[in-house]
Design a protein around this ligand. Structure first.
Ligand SMILES: [Zn+2]
Length: 158
């Protein structure tokens, strides 16, 4: 995730009326379906209460909003993952999926991460060393092999 922009105020601005010829969908991206295998594997890995919010997370591809965040491949807000590229590319990269879902389910969802806190951390420690990025990287690293194994599992979610 890159530096923070206030998505909610932008969403409000865009939905209020004129957007300079760019509609909401083009700006924020197009919602894509989350593959069942990914959803089930995340549920297993993360556990309650965070897993309860998985179905409320929207993944948006080809997002101009994501591209405004510099060179990062994705940025997150509460219950939103905005992708620079396609959903197919994103879901084919398990480490990135774990990283972004960590931001959404373990940081945004409980309120630990806010735009203000993220900006303050970036000012204090920079992008790489801010506590939210450190936690997301560690989460992805710690769970990657199990996540990969869960993704190949045939069957269903409980
Ligand atoms: Zn990140």
């Amino acid at each position: 995730m890159g530096f923070a922009l206030p998505a909610q105020s932008l969403e409000r601005t865009l939905s209020r009326g004129r957007t300079g010829g760019m509609d909401r969908r083009a700006f924020f991206g197009t919602a894509v379906a989350v593959p069942d295998s990914v959803r089930c594997a995340l549920e297993d890995l993360i556990g309650e209460p965070a897993a309860g919010a998985i179905d409320r997370v929207r993944v948006l591809e080809h997002s101009t909003f994501a591209k405004l965040h510099g060179r990062v491949s994705a940025t997150t807000r509460r219950r939103r993952i905005f992708l620079r590229g396609s959903g197919a590319e994103f879901f084919a990269d398990p480490a990135l999926v774990l990283h972004e879902y960590c931001h959404v389910l373990l940081q945004w969802e409980p309120g630990a991460l806010t735009v203000g806190r993220y900006l303050r951390e970036c000012l204090l420690r920079g992008y790489w060393n801010n506590c939210y990025e450190v936690q997301a990287r560690e989460f992805a690293y710690r769970h990657l092999s199990r996540f990969r194994a869960l993704l190949t599992r045939p069957g269903h979610c409980q």
